[in-house]
Design a binder for this molecule. Structure first.
Ligand SMILES: O=C1NC[C@H](CO)[C@@H](O)[C@@H]1O
Length: 437
């Protein structure tokens, strides 16, 4: 079978020819390689990119093109995007959703993903697509359990009980019926032929990696040995399944690192040791993890930045242990005040971004396995519609998903100081060459 760009690929999706292989992002020991060069990630989280690409309904293709051009001008070369959502009754979740019910999928949203992939390729951006969500804002694992366990989909914004939510959510990994549907969705997307380009996703060199889920956790902070073992097994088997469908692309977990691994470094290593997991991921959330209090910035900044620096550096050491690259694929802090208003300044957030960039750049320049970053998250031209800053169907999408106030962590197209920092550090990072081996 000859692929759209003349790449010869066997019908079963065997790897493309060696020449074309170099077009794909691959992990070469502890670094990424692309087109024969070291590849560093200067990325944005853009969860709703596929939504904007839809041909009708929620689609806003003119806005999508504008956002991609603004990101390109900011030096962004990678997007981390939600590939599929699950229809749910939960108020904190996005609607519409890709999977209306098991076996029924919204082609309008899937074509939206096709359009996003096609437009990202035109700008030579690479894309990480995550195939599920540990959190409720896109339906996610709790919605799968509603379908297959008959239990209510849990919205922590309503129950106010994250520990209970996380413990129950871990049952997703061992629910055979849920896993069957999840794998059906995986197969549907991984084997999909892009309706805009005519190219199979499995042969698209602008896809950087398939990602199991957004922030999958083994359960809550008191996860049992059995829950941890089930989590590691799920990662290994699901990543192996994806590789069996697509031998050209990398697979990653979407893990937050120790904060999402019950603070168990051995578990984080075990979860990423699988030969089917090509690189490590981690996220950094000083405010969410209560290291930083944005109502008391002076009193909590030192604590937050000390812990952040340690978190940033210690995970690079863990990546060294496994001999794989690691990407800081989420980090953020709220606006001065704190405030959700786009009018609020971002001095503290800019200072935090600079601290993060300094560690990432310094370690990468030393040849350490940190392969780049994705900030959370691109707000661009999106604007909050309601006085209470909560999202309602029909409102603009922006970096903050519906379970959080619109404006919490978004970087807007008017946040010029933040965009300038991203450009400046992104250009430095992209200029690095991989260490001679
Ligand atoms: O993946 C995530 N990590 C942190 C974000 C901000 O709280 C959150 O919106 C998202 O679920």
């Amino acid at each position: 079978m000859v692929g759209a760009v003349g790449i010869v690929a066997a019908a079963d999706g065997a790897p493309v020819t060696n020449a074309a292989r170099s077009e794909f992002v691959t992990a070469k020991k502890t670094h990424f390689s692309r087109k024969g060069q070291a590849y560093y990630i200067v990325g944005a989280n853009f969860w709703y990119g596929g939504y904007l690409g839809a041909p009708s309904g929620v689609g806003e293709r003119a806005r999508l093109l504008k956002e991609l051009d603004t990101m390109k001008a900011t030096g962004i070369n990678n997007l981390r995007v939600l590939a599929v959502s699950e229809k749910t009754d939960m108020k904190s979740a996005v609607s519409p959703a890709t999977t209306a019910k098991p076996g029924e999928y919204d082609e309008n949203l899937l074509v939206g993903l096709d359009f996003l992939m096609a437009e990202a390729a035109k700008r030579d951006m690479t894309v990480v697509l995550y195939l599920n969500n540990f959190w409720q804002w896109s339906g996610g694992m709790t919605q799968y359990l509603n379908w297959f366990e008959g239990t209510p989909a849990l919205d922590p914004n309503v129950t106010k009980d994250y520990d209970d939510y996380m413990k129950k959510n871990a049952r997703f990994y061992v629910n055979a019926a849920a896993q069957k549907e999840y794998r059906q969705v995986i197969a549907k997307i991984v084997k999909r032929v892009n309706t805009i380009t005519g190219k199979p996703y499995s042969e698209d060199p602008h896809l950087m990696s398939w990602q199991l889920a957004n922030e999958p956790r083994p359960g809550n902070g008191k996860a049992t040995k059995e829950e941890k073992a089930a989590y590691v097994k799920w990662i290994d088997e699901t990543a192996g399944y994806i590789h069996s469908l697509d031998r050209n692309h990398m697979v990653s977990t979407g893990s937050e690192g120790l904060a999402g691994s019950a603070h168990d470094a051995q578990l984080f290593l075990d979860a990423h040791r699988s030969k089917h997991v090509d690189y490590l991921t981690y996220h950094l959330w000083p405010k969410n993890w209560e290291w930083f209090d944005s109502r008391n910035p002076e009193g909590t900044w030192d604590n937050a930045i000390t812990k952040s620096r340690d978190y940033l550096n210690s995970h690079i050491e863990l990546a060294k242990k496994l001999g794989k690259p690691i990407v800081l694929e989420e980090f953020g802090l709220d606006r001065d005040g704190p405030s959700f208003s786009i009018k609020a300044t971002t001095r503290i957030r800019d200072r935090f971004y600079k601290e993060v960039f300094d560690v990432v750049y310094t370690r990468a320049a030393k040849g350490d396995p940190i392969a780049g970053f994705n900030f959370w998250a691109w707000g661009g031209a999106g604007r909050a519609a309601n006085a209470d800053y909560w999202w309602k169907p029909g409102n603009d999408f922006m970096g903050d998903p519906p379970q959080e106030e619109q404006g919490l962590y978004s970087v807007f197209d008017t946040d010029t100081s933040s965009l300038k920092l991203i450009k400046e550090y992104g250009d430095k990072l992209k200029s690095l060459k991989a260490p001679a081996r």
